[in-house]
Ligand binder design. Structure first.
Ligand code: F6P
Length: 375
């Protein structure tokens, strides 16, 4: 009997999703007697039973394409906006799973997807996940696919910003994605030779950043590149967040917790403009004309790098192999040159953040990069 496998992609898209789907389906069909059906637009397609039969024709030519042939969304099965109301659609997910006689459901996603997958496991489904995201913030895997491609895009952007910053003797602040993690800004900042790198894990002092830029000016370098992670915070902002998080942990009841969560959300919403404010503050403090470049969704678009194609193919094919041995309830993690199943209970709710003592941080400091906390 052929095994029936459902596949969906969830959360923000990233390069390598199609390579992973292709790896899983090809290995599944050719080596492990599987039949694969895709669900469109993440968990929403599963709830609404909208499918795409993953035949060899459909997969042909997808290895090198960005995005996802299945479409994606940020919908969660247990909190899905339907007809103007937020509803728990877990039962509908279970019904679709049973209607298709699935032996397992594979969810390709980031941190949020690991949590959603665990909930579905608890609802009785056989679920397996693959770690994708340009943010590289999924815990218990060496790396996520999508990260390497984004790293290359951001590095190239920083390379290009150098010549224009130098010609105009400007400070160019470049805002880099990464959600609450600094991997992308740190990696591309090192690779592109940014003079300052600001990441969420190391709160910064704008005066120290300005001092670093002024020091460069005194040394005859009349331009500077500042790579800032979208989640980076000044020291005072970080203290305000830490206070709110501590208050939330100690909240006496649900209402108090909800109120503090709303304050935290408001803080993060306001934070969207922080690089605009940082840029004008640096202009004031250094006397150098300053410009901001927000790379935005450019960082997630286009063809996957060779490294991401290989990683996604490894994870996809490794997943098919694990499914053939009836391994479920796990994330297929990248471990050294191979793959490793990690229980969803271990992964869900955990984040891979940059440790301030990480060798990348040390390397950046050793080449004289300012991390915003000290000169
Ligand atoms: O998780 C990937 C990511 O690109 C983050 O870096 C970023 O914060 C977020 O998604 C943007 O989400 P959206 O595409 O929904 O605006």
């Amino acid at each position: 009997m052929k095994k029936q496998i459902g596949i969906l992609t969830s959360g923000g898209d990233c390069p390598g999703l199609n390579a992973a789907i292709r790896g899983l389906v090809r290995a599944g069909q050719e080596h492990f007697s599987m039949r694969c059906v895709g669900f469109r637009d993440g968990f929403r397609g599963l709830v609404q039973d909208r499918t795409l039969e993953l035949t060899p024709d459909v997969l042909s030519g997808t290895l090198t394409n960005g995005g996802t042939i299945l479409g994606t969304s940020r919908d969660k099965p247990h909190r899905m906006p339907i007809g103007g109301k937020v509803r728990d659609m877990t039962d509908a997910v279970v019904e679709t799973y049973q209607r298709h006689h699935l032996d397992a459901l594979v969810c390709l996603g980031g941190g949020g997807t690991q949590k959603n997958a665990l909930r579905l496991k608890q609802a009785g489904l056989n679920v397996v996940t693959l770690p994708k995201t340009i943010d590289n913030d999924v815990a218990f895997t060496d790396v996520t696919f999508g990260f390497d491609t984004a790293l290359n895009i951001v590095t190239e952007a920083i390379d290009r910003l150098h010549s224009t910053a130098m010609s105009h003797q400007r400070v160019i602040v470049v805002e880099v994605m990464g959600h609450r993690a600094g991997w992308l800004a740190l990696g591309a900042g090192i690779a592109g030779g940014a003079d300052v790198i600001l990441i969420p894990e190391i709160p910064y002092d704008v005066e120290i950043v300005a001092q670093a830029i002024r020091r460069r000016t005194r040394a005859g370098k009349t331009f500077s590149i500042v790579a800032v992670a979208e989640g980076a915070n000044s020291q005072s902002q970080a203290e305000a967040i830490a206070k709110l998080v501590a208050a939330k942990d100690q909240a006496k009841n649900k209402a108090e917790r909800k109120e503090i969560s709303a304050q935290l959300d408001a803080f993060h919403e306001k934070h969207v403009n922080h690089t605009v404010e940082l840029t004008s503050r640096l202009e004031e403090l250094t006397g150098l004309e300053s410009r901001l470049t927000i790379l935005g969704h450019l960082q997630r678009g286009g063809a996957p790098s060779a490294a991401d194609r290989i990683l996604a193919t490894r994870l996809g094919t490794g997943c098919a192999e694990l499914l053939s041995r009836d391994t479920h309830g796990v994330m297929v993690a990248a471990r050294s040159q191979g793959v490793e199943p990690v229980p969803l209970e271990t992964v869900a709710g955990q984040k891979n953040l940059v440790c301030p003592e990480h060798p990348w941080v040390q390397a950046a400091r050793h080449v004289g990069t300012c991390l915003g906390d000290r000169l």
